[in-house]
Structures are given as structure tokens and as C-alpha cells.
Design a protein around this ligand. Structure first.
Ligand SMILES: NC(=O)c1ccc[n+]([C@@H]2O[C@H](COP(=O)([O-])OP(=O)(O)OC[C@H]3O[C@@H](n4cnc5c(N)ncnc54)[C@H](O)[C@@H]3O)[C@@H](O)[C@H]2O)c1
Length: 266
């Protein structure tokens, strides 16, 4: 018997990186997974790759912008009543506070916060209506705990996600729904390695465990919080960072000065 047989799982922002790893792990553990991404090609490729790997159709692709309440509502409706929902979609716009534009502010807040909020709401309403208990897991970040240069908007949204987990844990607990956040530290993904070819070495040098995180490190935390062993854990923020937040040093080459370039490491 696999650990998540017969469970229905929804994951946003899952065409690559951490979200992809989460979908793959749940599919391997017997779950049926609704995989969302805003990029149509990535969405289809990711679903195909996982279904091929597990040898059957366990993953169903859903293209759409997870910042939009209508997208997340459709995603929840299409997947039936989910048992486990992972609000993983998140973006970083790398901008100094003094240069940050309203467009950058709105986009980061809309994807990281508004989308997360309304995905959790749509999921909770479905779980409550069906009388099923459920798990909601929200992707935060260590920069929701520690200030970081040029990340004011991103950090603010990730701190808010941690408070959202506490608030929802309080309001949804009586329905048998747990709500927790996960805060990854620097994690090796296609994106982070593309943005900084020295990412692994740079973050290994300032992380107490001596290495950056991997997608599997974050996936393991998600599977734990979704498992029966975590049924008494709610409103928690699980930090998965190899001890980085204990001191929070920057890699030596990390830009301290304001920049206005676009996407960067979260
Ligand atoms: N990688 C890290 O070091 C790190 C650290 C801390 C927190 N996080 C958080 O973990 C989550 C996943 O990070 P990642 O590094 O795997 O991301 P990523 O950038 O590698 O992948 C994110 C995926 O989300 C998709 N996406 C972007 N906007 C979307 C939207 N509006 N709707 C639907 N899909 C959208 C992208 O197309 C992409 O496929 C994010 O919430 C991020 O903030 C990551």
C-alpha cells in the first residue's frame, strides 16, 4: 500500500522546480495529482514526464495563472474534493525598495499572496462541504523570517503567508483541516542554478549544513505535513534551510545594492 493511495492532491506552480518534485512524489506514492502552471508547455511536459515515470496517468495538467481567483476555483472544481492542497506558486521580482514599481508590487503580491489566499479558500470550502478532513500547505520562504537585500516585496508576501497559515489553522481546525507553511532556504532548482551558475557553491559556503537545499528536502517536508503522522501539527512554519536562518549570512558575491532586474532567486 502506497502512502497516498486514493488521495487527491492539487499543486500550483508545478511545471518545474519544487512544485514538480512535489507532484512527482505524490504520484509515486499513489495519489491523483492536479498539476497547475502558468506555462502551457511546461505544464504538459511535466505531467507527461511524471505519468511516464510512474507508468500510468496519475497527473492531470491544468494551465492557468494561479494569481487569479477564477483559475484556482476552476482548479479545485476540476480536481473533485482535494485531500491535500499545496499553494506552491510563487515569484520573485528582484528590486530594491527605492526602485520598486507598482507593477512589480502588484504582480508579486497577486501571485504569492492573493493566489495563495483564494486557493486555500476554494479548497477549504470544498473540503468543508464534503465533510472531508484535509491538509493545506503554503509555500513561504526563509526570507519571510529574515530581511534580505532587494527582496522587500517578496519577503513581505512570504512573511504574510506564515501568518496566513496560522490564521487559517485557527479558523479551519474545527473542520479537521490542518494548515501549515514551509519555508525553504536556498534550494537548487533549474531556475536558481540558471540565475547563478555558482549557486550551489555560494550557498554551501554560508549554510550551516554545508550545502544548499535540494527539491527532495522540500518534498520530504511536504509529504510529512500531508501524512497521518502530522495530524496534530497545524499553524506551523517548517523551516527547511540547513540552519541558514540561525545566522543568515549572505554569500560573499550577493548584491547588496538596489537592482531593478527581474526574476531572481527566492
Ligand atoms: N528555490 C528556492 O530557493 C526557494 C526558496 C524559498 C522559497 N521558494 C518558494 O518555493 C516555491 C517554488 O519555488 P521554485 O524555486 O521551485 O520556483 P520556480 O521558479 O523554479 O518554478 C515556479 C513555477 O511556477 C510557475 N508559475 C509562475 N507564476 C505562476 C502563476 N502565476 N501561476 C501558475 N504558475 C506560475 C512557473 O512557470 C514555474 O514553472 C515558490 O513559492 C518560491 O517562492 C523557493
Amino acid at each position: 500500500m502506497k502512502r497516498f493511495s486514493d488521495k487527491k492532491v492539487v499543486v500550483t506552480g508545478a511545471g518545474q522546480g519544487i512544485g514538480f518534485g512535489i507532484c512527482k512524489a505524490f504520484a509515486e506514492e499513489g495519489a491523483t495529482v492536479a498539476l497547475n502552471d502558468i506555462d502551457a508547455t511546461l505544464t504538459q511536459q511535466a505531467a507527461d514526464a511524471i505519468n511516464t515515470a510512474v507508468g500510468e496517468q496519475r497527473v492531470f495538467p491544468y494551465v492557468g495563472d494561479a494569481a487569479l481567483p477564477e483559475t484556482v476555483q476552476n482548479l479545485i472544481d476540476a480536481s473533485g474534493t482535494p485531500d491535500i492542497v499545496v499553494a506552491n506558486a510563487g515569484i520573485t521580482k528582484y528590486a530594491g525598495f527605492l526602485e520598486c514599481t507598482p507593477d512589480t508590487f502588484d504582480r508579486v503580491v497577486n501571485v504569492n499572496l492573493r493566489g495563495t489566499f483564494f486557493l486555500a479558500q476554494a479548497a477549504a470550502l470544498k473540503m468543508i462541504a464534503s465533510g472531508k478532513p484535509g491538509r493545506i500547505i503554503l509555500m513561504s520562504s526563509v526570507v519571510g523570517l529574515r530581511a534580505f537585500p532587494n527582496f522587500s516585496v517578496y519577503s513581505m508576501t512570504k512573511a504574510a503567508v506564515q501568518m496566513l497559515a496560522k490564521s487559517l489553522a485557527l479558523e479551519l481546525g474545527s473542520y479537521g483541516i490542518t494548515v501549515n507553511a514551509i519555508s525553504p532556504g536556498a534550494t537548487l532548482t533549474e531556475r536558481t542554478q540558471r540565475e547563478d551558475p555558482q549557486y550551489a557553491e555560494n550557498w554551501a559556503s554560508v549554510t550551516i549544513s554545508g550545502r544548499p537545499g535540494t527539491v527532495d528536502d522540500i518534498v520530504n517536508a511536504v509529504l510529512f505535513l500531508a501524512s497521518p503522522q502530522a495530524s496534530q501539527i497545524t499553524g506551523h512554519n517548517l523551516v527547511v534551510d540547513g540552519g541558514w536562518t540561525l545566522r543568515s549570512p549572505l554569500p560573499a558575491e550577493h548584491p547588496e545594492k538596489p537592482v531593478t532586474s527581474d526574476d531572481a532567486t527566492g
